[in-house]
Design a protein around this ligand. Structure first.
Ligand SMILES: [Ca+2]
Ligand SMILES: [Ca+2]
Length: 455
């Protein structure tokens, strides 16, 4: 090689060496519809030994909120770094990556890693929306990029209402979550010349509540209690427009307490199943050569009602839907093992990873890098927001949740005395100033809703 050529190549060689040695890997773990019952121990009986252990070594964001309280837009927000009120991707049927011009142009999180020289790997439920032709392949290097689907579904005998609403045990080998976790473990055991971004998305604990028998066996129906946040008169003080969001599939019957307990048991079993799949992936990482140089991100795409406010699933702007499990483990942080109470958002993950991995970010994002909190969990912070349609917004600061609907009606909850948001105090004189300040965080502009079904 001549001198001239060497001068041209030297920076490339130098950059490659730095990339391989210095840039941390990322293990990006997503669960679907996991709520605070197990992760934040509001129902301590839920068994999740692997995540309990992981939490001891990570920074746990106890006041984490999603951008939108349902699967597709929440994931669009995380992978784009843009809030739903920026893109108009508010609802599940909106086909965000094809219908939004902004999202078509936005570089996704895995695309950014790939452009920065990372090997990218993706398995399971990730976007939960179709990308434009060939774009998924531009996100991930592995083939096939296996998703899997929600199955196995219960047979007719085990359905309570439809195939998504039933309980039945199946063998491990049938579950996409098991196959995808296995493939992720294989990936972590391989040699990688470049740093990697490795994403695994589980399909549980989302319905249907099917899982291997041993996870149902962890629980006894006689020990299952109704959720701690349930109050039968809870709907008395909420605006009428809020009730339009409740139980869109008409499946949940709060009058039938025995069926309710069966569903709770099944949800807890599927939560434990998800815990096991996540746990064995983290164990594989910790045993691998990458354990010392890998950032682990764990989050759920939305929270989940289990009967609170007479509602099952997500789809609302209350704490049960908007709050999500979220934790980040840095390879070496004195804050690992601590809990952060500052209100953060899953939209913040994109700019956080940009900064932590020293990437060159091309697309503009909405969120804030959480690096200051990862360095010091008590750093001063600001409120965060969740939206669910034009004019439907929830603002969370450390003490309050404020909600405003498109007709101007409002709710305010004081978490210092009301962690389950039972008592709507928006009309109390003493909170006038608080309301004025929280209203300032309502977006100035809501992007027009993308067309498509809402649920
Ligand atoms: Ca979900
Ligand atoms: Ca209430």
């Amino acid at each position: 090689m001549g001198i001239k050529k060497l001068i041209v190549f030297l920076p490339v060689i130098f950059w490659s060496v730095i990339t391989a040695q210095e840039n941390p890997n990322v293990l990006f773990l997503i669960v679907d519809d996991m709520n605070d019952h197990g992760f934040y121990k509001t129902v301590p009986e839920i068994k999740m030994p692997y995540l309990d252990k992981f939490k001891e070594s990570a920074i746990v964001f106890e006041n984490a909120n999603c951008g939108s309280p349902v699967c597709t837009p929440s994931r669009a927000a995380v992978f784009s770094g843009l809030y739903p009120h920026t893109t108009g991707a508010y609802f599940n049927g909106c086909d965000p990556w094809n219908k939004s011009e902004i999202l078509q142009k936005q570089e996704t999180l895995p695309e950014m890693f790939k452009r920065n020289g990372y090997t990218t790997f993706g398995r399971g439920k990730l976007y939960h929306a179709k990308l434009s032709e060939g774009r998924l392949e531009k996100n991930f290097d592995n083939r096939p990029i296996y998703g899997g689907g929600f199955g196995p579904f219960p047979d007719e005998e085990h359905q309570i209402k439809g195939k998504f609403w039933g309980i039945q045990a199946f063998h491990d080998s049938i579950f996409p979550d098991v196959k995808n976790a296995d493939a992720t473990i294989d990936f972590l055991n391989q040699e990688h010349a470049q740093p990697f971004f490795c994403a695994l998305g589980l399909w549980r604990p989302h319905t249907p509540f099917t899982c291997p028998q041993r996870f149902y066996d962890l629980y006894n129906i006689d020990d299952i209690k109704l959720p701690p946040g349930y109050d039968e008169n809870d709907l008395d003080d909420i605006p009428e427009i809020a009730k339009e969001l409740l139980d869109p599939f008409g499946r949940f019957n709060p009058e039938d307490k025995q069926e309710w307990k069966k569903l709770l048991l099944a949800y807890y079993a599927c939560t434990s199943f998800a815990d096991w799949n996540i746990g064995r992936v983290i164990e594989a990482l910790d045993k691998s050569k990458y354990s010392e140089n890998t950032i682990v991100v764990f989050w759920s795409d939305n929270g989940y009602h289990c009967g609170e406010k007479n509602h099952w699933e997500k789809n609302t702007l209350w704490e049960q839907s908007a709050k999500t499990p979220m934790a980040i483990r840095l390879p070496d942080s004195s804050e690992n093992g601590k809990k952060c109470q500052r209100p953060v958002n899953s939209v913040d993950l994109y700019p956080t990873l940009t900064e932590l991995c020293g990437l060159n970010q091309h697309s503009k994002t909405d969120g804030n890098s959480l690096k200051p909190l990862l360095k010091q969990v008590e750093t001063e912070w600001h409120p965060t927001i969740t939206t669910f349609g034009e004019g439907f917004v929830s603002i969370r600061d450390e003490r309050f949740r404020y909600i405003q609907y498109s007709d101007g009606s409002e709710e305010l909850y004081d978490h210092s005395i009301d962690p389950y948001e039972i008592s709507n105090v928006y009309a109390k004189k003493e909170f006038e100033k608080i309301l004025t300040n929280l209203r300032k965080h309502i977006p100035q502009k809501f992007a027009k809703e993308l067309p498509g079904r809402r649920n």
